[in-house]
Write a protein that binds this ligand. Structure first.
Ligand code: FES
Length: 104
């Protein structure tokens, strides 16, 4: 994971290519980059929301994509480039058990 302008960015490698996506889950800011990767999908370790790290799409709630950045590896270093897509600021939502977080 990397920090860019105060935002934590998770970098994934898939079939030799790197992808950079906002690390904070759209549900409750869980660390997406610590989740299980299944193909191009990463599963948030907190409550299993799923994201396509190649596009930033939120599979669980399509209205809440994550931001993405261009990324490349050169000389043993990982370089983050311009932001490719914006993420949603919306957070919260129901859990599988029907409980919902209420922010005060
Ligand atoms: S914080 Fe990611 S699924 Fe709840």
């Amino acid at each position: 994971m990397f920090s860019l302008d105060g935002q934590v960015v998770a970098v994934f490698r898939h079939q030799g290519r790197l992808y950079a996506m906002e690390n904070a889950c759209a549900h409750e800011d869980g660390p997406i980059g610590e989740g299980e990767v299944r193909g191009t999908c990463v599963v948030c370790p907190y409550h299993d929301w799923q994201y396509d790290f190649t596009t930033g799409a939120c599979i669980t709630d399509p209205e809440r994509p994550r931001a993405t950045w261009s990324v490349r590896e050169e000389g043993g270093q990982v370089w983050l480039g311009p932001q490719l897509s914006a993420g949603s600021d919306s957070r919260g939502g129901e859990h599988d058990d029907g409980m919902e977080v209420i922010r005060t």
